[in-house]
Write a protein that binds this ligand. Structure first.
Ligand code: NAD
Ligand code: DAU
Length: 329
């Protein structure tokens, strides 16, 4: 198959492109190379690269020539940035998805939208994990834009008969994640002896999913999933402070670096998803967060300063100041 991987220069998209190429699939990448896109992530991956925006129909036509399927990873992805400025999230995550869907419609392509467990919003501690039938209750502008993209997918299936489906992945971790997200931010700050800014009480809970297991789940859904369906891809649920303590252990950093700072507005306390529907298709995650997964990730960041040190200068510094300077005092 020839597969268009949009957002393939980002964290999960680049792992997915590598995963497909290793199986002998033909990979085409379309990526706008925003602050989060990095061609170094695709080093050693055989692929055709197109620099462009998924919201630009002409760029999509050029990149999608001859492909059998589109897997859409391209998105604005960081919740804190969506709180600082939601407009770009609508342009890429909603409008961009619709442009890709139009192309899939007119060229009869299979289309998989990579979405997030965040669309379910807060899951109370005593409530069961969300199934694919649970209502969408977005809290952040990011989550609302991802929900908007999903709704476009379901509308195109129903109205135009497009062969499209959605995956809803949990918090993903592993090598080459941009260091604005919790794990790579805390690991790299710990390695540099910088503060670890825990939002609020740090008792929020997330499910941690290794990037290789996330990619395997997306591939399975692409090959075997049904049009018009969503598939949850869950991980192992942990409290944020538990994760912070593990990072301190693994990096040898001082607990004095931990700073409880003003909480994220609208912060969801807990995400939890039921992945039985994907398990029924045959999905079996291979990585344990506590036994190897987090440790290997920390070791990758220890050994890969040449990847993250250049990122953490320039524009990143300006973002960091805006996001954390007042919080850290
Ligand atoms: P990322 O921020 O690392 O990468 C996003 C990529 O999309 C970048 O390469 C960027 O340049 C590209 N991009 C952004 N806007 C674009 C546009 N308009 N046109 C073309 N390319 C564009 O993101 P990630 O963490 O790898 O997430 C990938 C996808 O998975 C996203 O759709 C995200 O919502 C979803 N997701 C992420 C997680 C997670 O924990 N990281 C969990 C579940 C779902
Ligand atoms: O659940 C899937 C989602 O996971 C993806 O769709 C998003 O793209 C991805 O960014 C992620 O969203 P979160 O908001 O859960 O992830 P983030 O890494 O921003 O934060 C994880 C937790 O850590 C959350 O409870 C907020 C907290 N946190 C985060 C940062 C950046 C802090 O306490 N301090 C921080 O500085």
């Amino acid at each position: 198959m020839r597969i268009l991987v949009t957002g393939g220069a980002g964290f999960i998209g680049s792992h997915f492109a590598r995963h497909l190429a290793e199986q002998g699939e033909e990979v085409v990448v379309l990526d706008k190379l925003t602050y989060a896109g990095n061609r170094a992530n695709l080093e050693g991956v055989e692929h055709d690269f197109h620099h462009g925006d998924i919201a630009d129909p002409e760029a999509v036509v050029r990149a999608a020539e001859g492909v059998d399927a589109i897997v859409n990873f391209a998105a604005e992805t960081h919740v804190d940035r969506s709180i600082l400025g939601p407009a770009d999230f609508i342009l890429t995550d909603v409008l961009g998805t619709q442009v890709l869907l139009d192309h899939a419609r007119h060229h009869r392509l299979r289309f998989l939208q990579v979405s997030t467990d965040e669309v379910y919003g807060d899951v109370p501690l005593d409530a069961p994990a969300c199934t694919e039938e649970s209502p969408l209750r977005s809290s952040s502008p990011y989550s609302a834009s991802k929900a908007g993209g999903e709704l476009q997918v379901f509308a195109y299936v129903r109205t135009y008969g497009v062969d499209a489906l959605v995956t809803r992945g949990a918090n993903t971790y592993g090598p080459r994640q941009y260091p604005e997200k919790f794990l790579p931010l805390f690991i790299t700050n710990a390695l540099d002896g910088e503060s670890l800014p825990v939002y609020g009480d740090g008792k929020q809970r997330r499910e941690w999913l290794h990037v290789a297991d996330h990619c395997a789940g997306i591939e399975l859904a692409l090959r075997k999933g049904k049009a018009g369906e969503a598939y949850n891809i869950g991980g192992q649920e942990r409290e944020n402070m538990e994760v912070v303590r593990r990072i301190l252990d693994l990096t040898g950093a001082s607990p004095d670096l931990v700073r409880h700072v003003d909480d994220r507005p609208g912060h969801d306390r807990r995400y939890a998803v039921d992945s039985s529907k994907l398990h029924d298709l045959g999905w079996q995650p291979q990585h344990s967060f506590d036994q190897g997964g987090l440790e290997e990730t920390v070791h990758w960041y220890m050994a890969s300063r040449d990847w993250w040190e250049p990122i953490k200068s320039g524009d990143y510094r300006r973002y960091y100041e805006t996001q954390y300077a007042a919080r850290l005092g």
